[in-house]
Design a protein. Structure first.
Length: 314
């Protein structure tokens, strides 16, 4: 007579259930993990029912549950599976894993932001975002900002909601206009967010410009800054000296009247197709590069922990 091994029937029912869940998920296009989360306690019920039935049908006066190595292994598998599902559901991992599995990469274009610039403004100061940013020549009385990026999210609607967090605000204090960027969340672990995000800023003419990036000490991303020489119609200050350093690139044409001074960690960080005049700061041992175009009337001063590249084209 064939021996009944407790755990075998439970494992069989479990395999049938998992197969049914997989088939249902494929037909209804729903995440598998949602069904597993909803139905995992039934594994314990099946195992308990099997033990009760075995004891009820046993002919011995004092029946004992018979185990062999395979039965014990099957019970351990079922127990571990149950404990794992309970743990991950209780600590809130399941929703994040479900969202990560269902997520896709979407290209999101953020509507333009227009900021009026009063004639009383002499300087515009930017608090740079944790994102790539480029500056171009714009209109005289306003700043126009475009943004686009790659957002990982469950659907396009949620991707747009994440991108909308990258808002731009402006406040004038005296003759200085302060422009601040709210950062779009970065995709990390199982959390949705931006894998890449870029801003394009069109600057007004004849305004001093200062740009700073806050120092984010625990970031591993690099955020480049690109400046077209046509956008430089007054003096520029670029302070990109922090943990989140990136390349500062200037594109210069034959009509430019610029004096560019860059303070970097070493001479190898001064790049491009121009002839840098290089000196060394005695107190910090940092390299100071200078290059002049035209009359050099507009000064661009850069402090950067990464590379400064100047590309000249006719």
């Amino acid at each position: 007579m064939r021996q009944w091994r407790v755990g075998s029937m439970s494992m069989g029912v479990l395999l049938i259930s998992l197969g049914t869940i997989l088939l249902t998920s494929l037909v209804k296009q729903t995440p598998v993990i949602n069904h597993i989360l909803n139905w995992w306690p039934i594994v314990l019920i099946i195992l308990g029912v099997e033990i009760v039935v075995y004891l009820s049908l046993a002919k011995e006066a004092h029946p004992k549950i018979k185990y062999d190595i395979l039965s014990i292994f099957l019970i351990i598998v079922i127990g571990i599976f149950s404990l794992v599902m309970y743990t991950v559901s209780s600590i809130g991992v399941i929703p994040k894993v479900t969202a990560a599995i269902a997520s896709q990469n979407y290209t999101v274009v953020v509507p333009e932001t227009k900021i009026s610039v009063s004639p009383t403004v002499k300087k515009v100061e930017f608090d740079l975002p944790k994102a790539s940013i480029s500056f171009k020549k714009g209109e005289e009385d306003q700043i126009v900002i475009f943004a686009r990026g790659q957002i990982t999210a469950e659907n396009m609607e949620k991707a747009e909601e994440l991108a909308d967090q990258g808002k731009v605000t402006a406040n004038q204090v005296g003759d200085v206009l302060y422009v601040q960027f709210s950062d779009v969340p970065r995709a990390k672990d199982f959390s949705p967010g931006a894998s890449d995000f870029n801003y394009t800023v069109f600057l007004p003419a004849n305004k001093m410009v200062e740009m700073k990036r806050q120092h984010y000490y625990y970031s591993h991303y690099y955020y480049p800054i690109e400046i077209d020489c046509e956008a430089v119609s007054n003096n520029f200050i670029v302070d990109n000296y922090g943990k989140d350093y990136g390349r500062v690139k200037l594109r210069v044409n034959g009509q430019a009247n610029l004096t560019i001074t860059a303070v970097v960690n070493s001479q190898s960080s001064l790049a491009g197709n121009v002839d840098w005049s290089i000196t060394t700061q005695h107190d910090t041992n940092k390299a100071v590069g200078n290059v002049i175009f035209g009359s050099g009337s507009h000064k661009v001063n850069i402090v950067n922990q990464g590379e400064v590249e100047v590309v000249y084209f006719d």
